[in-house]
Every structure is written in structure tokens, then in C-alpha cells.
Design a protein around this ligand. Structure first.
Ligand SMILES: [Zn+2]
Length: 413
């Protein structure tokens, strides 16, 4: 447990995980370590016999214990970037690295240059920014791993409340590392209509059977967006392979159902695992129906109507655990816009501003005739919830350790 603070989670691992051996609770802060020792003592012999508090810089500790730990939980306040290089070396072959990041303003596009300096990727501001944040973190962990002939396999990657957390297994294989560029992609995002297109960093060398990749060909998008004529910005690289092991998520979900009374946060755990187990694996990022309609300034089709049109066109669609309004699909942007053009033909718009991306999109005739007839299995016709409300008012991160909250004059009255 790197950056263990009060030891709360290290003690929970010791007390709640069957068959666990030793938990090393590492922190660089003497006050935190004293609190950790007291908490271990308060939790009796079960905690005392398994949790070992250790005062050290987590980077140095992990670097001096290569491939020694089955599981490493990296949970700093803010960015984990400075710890990743030592963390990926510390995990045993096939072991698990759990990593949190709370610097969402950076990862979600608020400070793009800071994100590049910390994670080596440019974020883009868009409806999918939180999923992009997850994929930037995974890309960053992979980039550190491959320097040491290791690679990652994501188990589950979630955006929750105000932070992201990824669980990845780490393996050693010099040959698999060569295919790493095939799992990373740049993202082209249109500055007019927000259409996005992914392009893998590498491509498979079809003449070579050793998994060796080559630099990919020139951009998959034209200089100007074919839908609205605006320019693209280029973000990434991001992790473009699946971010969850859906079979694992489904099996955990079924086991959680059988002992639901054991989990006080059962509703939230169940909602996230349900959502994760349904996500389309090979559809990185997503569109928002509200955003599409806002660009065209048209009325919203219902989600089930839009989903039916996507399915009738031969493509798949799912939700995402990241956003209740997210729609993941393997349909290309051209099909999505054609469906919206057909929708607008049936539901006329009263006012269209002149030089607006939506007006340019609607000036083109659809190549695909959308079929809105109902297809069963709508995203909205489900019994179990995919999202649950926050547990209390003002739910969110508290002040960082060592910082004093600012007291305004009115607070003293
Ligand atoms: Zn566009």
C-alpha cells in the first residue's frame, strides 16, 4: 500500500481479504505513520500480525523491491504520475497494480500542457473527457511498463465521483511489448461538430509474424471535417484497447449479488459493475445524444429510438458507466450524423443560424436512410439502476492533508 496515510485501507485489506499474507503500509509522513501505528493497534491482533507500517519514500521502497508484491495499491492525493515507473517494477509477474488519480482538472482537459508533462498525452475537452482520462492513465502506465519489458492488461477501469481508478495486471514479455503501439491511439476531434476519430499509433506488419508493429500511415481524417468543414485538434495518445475484463466484472457482479447484505455500498457497486459488464469493449469514447441535438438545434429523439436506428443500420450500442447520457457505438460518425439528418427530416427545425456547424451538416443529404422502427432491448427499459445518487450533500474531496481551510468572515458570525 503506497501512500498509506492513516492506514485505513491497509488495515481493511488485512481484516477483510481472505488468505492475505502481509500488507506493507508505506508513507513518507511521520505523523501519518504514527496515526497508522495507532490504528493498527486499535484493530487488534488480526491487524497487528499482518500490517507492517513503514516510513519511506514510496518510490524508493518500490524500486528497491522489484517484482516482490502480488498487489500494489498506489493511492496518492492528486497525480500518481511520479510513482508509476517504480510501481510497475514492484509488481510480481501477473500481479495487480491498483492506481488512483484525483487530479481530474488536469486529466480531463483543464490544463492540457500539465497533463502532457505528467502523463505524456494531450487530453481533449469533450463529453467523453472522463473516459479519455481513464485511457490517458492506462496509456501512461503502459508506457512506463514497456520500458522494463513489461505490459499491462486492464481488469477494470472506473470513473467514480471525483476521481478515476484503474486495476491492471502486469506481465513480463519482451515480445508482447512490441505490439504496444497497436493498443494506443491518437484522437482527432472536430472543433465544429465535436465528431471524433481514432487512429492507432502503430499498425500490424502483415509480412512479419512476430507481433512487430510499424508506424501507422498518414491521418485517417482529411484536413477539414467532412461533416461540417471545421479543423481537427489532435489529442492523446490514449489506451484504445478494452479497459475492462468484462467476464471478470460479470463474475464479480454475480458473486456480489449472492452476498449483497455484506456490502453497505451494494447499490453503487452493483450499478457500476452492471454498467461496466454491458459496455461495448471495442468502442473507445462515446457520443452524447444531447450534444448531437444541441449542434443541430433539433428536438431529442428518445434513446431507444436512436438506439433502434443504430441497430437497424447494423451497428451496436451500449451505455457507459462514466456518464448516464453516454452512448457507445461502433457506428462511424458518418452513420451517426446520417441518422440525425434523417431524424431532422421527420422533425423539422424552425430556426437555423447561418454559418453554424449544424447548418452545414444538415445541408448534406444523408447517404443512409435511417430506420427508426423499434428494436427490443432498449438501454432505458431496464430494472436495475446503472447510476445511484450521491450519499450526502456537498459530496466530494476534502482538503489536502496539511492545508488549512480558508475561513471567510461570514463563517465567524
Ligand atoms: Zn465537424
Amino acid at each position: 500500500m503506497a501512500l498509506a496515510a492513516s492506514g485505513l485501507r491497509a488495515i481493511r485489506y488485512a481484516l477483510e481479504v481472505d488468505g492475505i499474507g502481509e500488507v506493507i503500509a508505506v508513507d513518507n509522513n511521520e505523523d501519518a505513520l504514527e496515526a497508522c501505528k495507532k490504528n493498527i493497534h486499535h484493530n487488534g491482533s488480526a491487524a497487528s500480525s499482518k500490517v507492517v507500517p513503514h516510513l519511506a519514500d514510496a518510490r524508493v521502497y518500490m524500486l528497491t523491491h522489484p517484482k516482490e508484491f502480488d498487489v500494489v495499491d498506489l493511492d496518492p492525493y492528486g497525480s500518481p504520475a511520479a510513482f508509476l515507473d517504480s510501481a510497475v517494477q514492484c509488481v510480481a509477474n501477473g500481479g495487480l497494480l491498483m492506481c488512483s488519480a484525483t487530479d481530474m482538472a488536469v486529466l480531463a482537459g483543464g490544463n492540457a500542457e500539465v497533463c502532457f508533462s505528467k502523463y505524456g498525452s494531450y487530453p481533449l475537452r469533450g463529453k467523453y473527457c472522463h473516459e479519455m482520462a481513464l485511457r490517458i492513465l492506462l496509456s501512461c502506465i503502459e508506457s512506463h511498463a514497456i520500458r522494463h519489458k513489461r505490459y499491462i492488461v486492464p481488469v477494470i477501469s472506473v470513473h467514480m465521483d471525483f476521481y478515476i481508478r484503474v486495476f491492471v495486471r502486469i506481465f513480463t514479455s519482451a515480445s508482447t511489448v512490441k505490439s504496444s503501439p497497436l493498443k494506443l491511439a491518437h484522437v482527432y476531434q472536430c472543433t465544429g461538430c465535436s465528431s471524433f476519430h481514432l487512429q492507432n499509433v502503430g499498425r500490424i506488419n502483415s509480412k512479419d509474424k512476430r507481433n512487430i508493429s510499424l508506424p501507422n500511415f498518414s491521418p485517417t481524417v482529411p484536413q477539414e471535417c467532412s461533416e461540417c468543414g471545421h479543423n481537427f485538434v489532435m489529442g492523446g495518445p490514449i489506451w484504445s484497447d478494452p479497459i475492462h475484463d468484462k467476464e471478470w466484472a460479470a463474475s464479480i457482479l454475480s458473486s456480489v449479488h449472492t452476498i449483497s447484505s455484506a456490502y453497505s455500498a451494494y447499490a453503487k457497486i452493483s450499478a457500476i459493475l452492471t454498467s461496466v459488464s454491458e459496455e461495448l469493449s471495442h468502442a473507445p469514447l462515446f457520443v452524447s445524444l444531447h450534444n448531437l441535438c444541441a449542434i443541430l438545434k433539433c428536438t431529442n429523439p428518445s434513446i431507444s429510438t436512436f438506439q433502434s436506428a443504430i441497430r437497424n443500420a447494423g451497428y451496436q450500442m451500449s451505455g457507459s458507466h462514466v456518464d448516464p447520457l453516454a452512448l457507445k457505438t461502433d457506428a462511424p460518425m458518418s452513420v451517426i450524423w446520417d441518422i440525425m439528418r434523417c431524424w431532422v427530416k421527420l422533425h423539422a427545425i424552425k430556426y437555423r443560424p447561418g454559418n453554424h456547424p449544424g447548418t452545414i451538416i444538415l445541408s448534406q443529404e444523408p447517404k443512409l436512410q435511417a430506420n427508426f422502427s423499434h428494436v427490443p432491448g432498449s438501454l432505458v427499459a431496464r430494472k436495475s439502476p446503472r447510476f445511484v445518487p450521491n450519499p450526502e450533500k456537498y459530496w466530494g474531496p476534502k482538503t489536502k492533508a496539511g492545508r488549512q481551510p480558508k475561513i471567510r468572515p461570514m463563517d465567524n458570525l
